[in-house]
Ligand binder design. Structure first.
Ligand code: AMP
Length: 499
């Protein structure tokens, strides 16, 4: 089934429900939303694009983002949403790799993009060309097979060139049903706010809200502004969002400092990077039981494990402290295994690579059989993440295998060191990486954001908590950590700084 069927269904059954909001202002109901998508589909078909062609979307968050995506799917085409913070040269790589037939680009990005994309047709919301598209005769929803690609999702490419993950209509439907069973039931009165880039996790959560004919809120700022979000929570109400842990921390700090009323937030789903224990404890204290954690990756979108609102709220549980440090349990439509190098499950409590199997696992990498064969083996997705399972099925993530530091022959998981350093009240953010060293192989180096803290204090703190050999040998005090558009710390860049 074509994933755009979700929109057709909601527009048929609930045509008058508010669908797209810009800030607190309702722009379109479901009838209009679907009508615009069908017109965009018609316009794309008139331009000669046929089922399976790739259409790239290089747009900052805006109210047109969803109608563009649905217009693409409605016509049976493949959407290639691209991170709006990419350098135009990186965008050019993605466009060439995907062999995109045209590009939707938002007005703010059109100027710098134009010269680099050659003769590729550009479509910009707010221009006469885009209005033409909307005047095209609407196309009937085009059928798609479950294993046809819907969303070509380019990995962030922090190590090497980005790869196009083929997410199929089946994958996206499976992911959506897991949202209801493992993340959060959605009520039609709910609203999802896109405070993180719609080209990534935040955008993937649109489907659950389209299916329930709930509201989609694009902040006027187009991004993450804690004060704006708190105002939207009050005026729009029942607001859910997907946020990277760094965003959660900033929202929590804002609410704590301003005394804003958090009751308009329904659910804050966090994931995409490590949430440190100190941060989630504080988040729960300040915002209440509004959090759900997910662990996923482009190759198995948003759907490997989840730590539910109830599990996060269950402070009386004897293993609560361990559980909130975990990423929760396997989501209901996937199997999760922690395995040795041969793919055999390791014992409870032992660390190995995390493998996933199920309908949500990608079809493979676009035109890259070599990378596909390395990542999809014997029916399992090899995530490249290391972790361990406890007897109750809770998965604790260590680190990406490439981030593990091997010093004097021992494995050191940066996450453990980071958690120890974050116990210092003046440490706001930290990232631990390895530096090549002739004697030890690698040594531990910490980058710390925080005023008035000394390396001697941090060393003392580490000695209280972790084995001596895991202590950082060097501290770098910095104003901020380098992060990508999705809020992930760029460890590769930190490693380059110190090599
Ligand atoms: P991406 O494909 O860009 O979404 O990145 C996926 C990677 O982010 C995963 O393979 C993990 O290494 C990391 N990640 C995702 N969710 C979490 C989480 N809840 N906690 C820690 N790391 C995470």
């Amino acid at each position: 089934m074509n994933i755009a069927q979700l929109l057709l269904r909601s527009a048929t059954v609930y045509p008058e429900r508010p669908a797209i909001l810009h800030g607190a202002q309702v722009l379109h109901d479901y009838r209009t939303f679907a009508g615009r998508a069908a017109a965009i589909a018609g316009g794309l078909r008139d331009r000669g694009y046929v089922a399976g062609d790739r259409v790239a979307v290089f747009m900052t968050n805006c109210p047109e983002y969803l109608e563009v995506l649905y217009g693409i799917w409605w016509a049976g085409l493949v959407a290639v949403p691209v991170n709006a913070k990419l350098h135009p040269r990186e965008l050019a790589f993605v466009l060439a790799d995907a062999a995109a037939c045209c590009l939707f680009v938002s007005a703010d990005l059109a100027g710098e993009t134009g010269p680099l994309v050659g003769c590729l047709p550009l479509l910009t919301p707010g221009t006469a060309d885009y209005d033409d598209l909307l005047r095209a005769p609407p196309l009937a929803l085009q059928p798609r097979a479950p294993d046809d690609v819907a969303w070509l999702f380019y990995t962030s490419g922090t190590t090497g060139q980005p790869k196009g993950v083929m997410e199929t209509h089946r994958n996206l439907l499976g992911m959506t049903s897991c949202y209801f069973s493992d993340v959060d039931p959605v009520d039609p009165a709910d609203a999802i706010v896109y405070a993180a880039p719609m080209s990534h996790g935040a955008g993937l959560y649109n489907f659950a809200h389209v299916l329930k004919a709930a509201r989609h809120v694009v902040p006027v700022s187009g991004g993450f502004d804690p004060a704006e979000l708190c105002e939207l929570a009050e005026s729009v109400g029942r607001l859910s969002m997907f946020a990277a842990p760094t965003m959660v921390r900033r929202l929590v700090e804002h609410v704590a400092a301003s005394g804003a009323d958090p009751r308009g937030f329904k659910t804050i789903v966090y994931g995409g990077g490590p949430m440190y224990v100190e941060d989630i404890r504080r988040g729960l204290d300040v915002l209440g039981d509004r959090f759900v954690q997910i662990y996923g990756q482009g190759e198995c979108p948003m759907t490997i494990t989840a730590l539910s609102r109830e599990q996060l709220a269950d402070r009386a549980h004897p293993r609560w402290a361990e559980r909130i440090a975990s990423v929760g349990v396997a989501q209901s439509a996937v199997e999760v295994r922690v395995a040795d190098a041969d793919g055999n499950a390791v014992a409870v409590g032992e660390t190995g690579e995390i493998l996933v199997r199920g309908d949500i696992v990608m079809a493979g990498y676009w035109h890259n059989p070599r990378a596909t064969a390395m990542t999809l083996r014997d029916g399992w997705l090899w995530t490249g993440d290391l972790g361990s399972l406890d007897a109750d099925g809770f998965l604790t993530l260590r680190d990406r295998s490439k981030d593990v530091i091997i010093s004097g022959g021992s494995n050191i998981y940066p996450r453990e060191v980071e958690e120890a350093l974050l116990k210092h009240p003046a440490v706001r953010e930290v990232s631990v990486v390895g530096r090549r060293d002739a004697e030890w192989g690698e040594v531990v180096v910490a980058f710390v954001v925080g005023a008035g803290v000394t390396s001697a204090e941090l060393d003392a703190l580490c000695r209280e908590q972790i084995a001596r050999f895991k202590r950082p040998k060097e501290y770098h005090f910095v104003d901020e950590l380098p992060k990508n558009n999705y809020g992930k710390v760029l460890k590769t860049e930190l490693r380059q700084r110190i090599q």
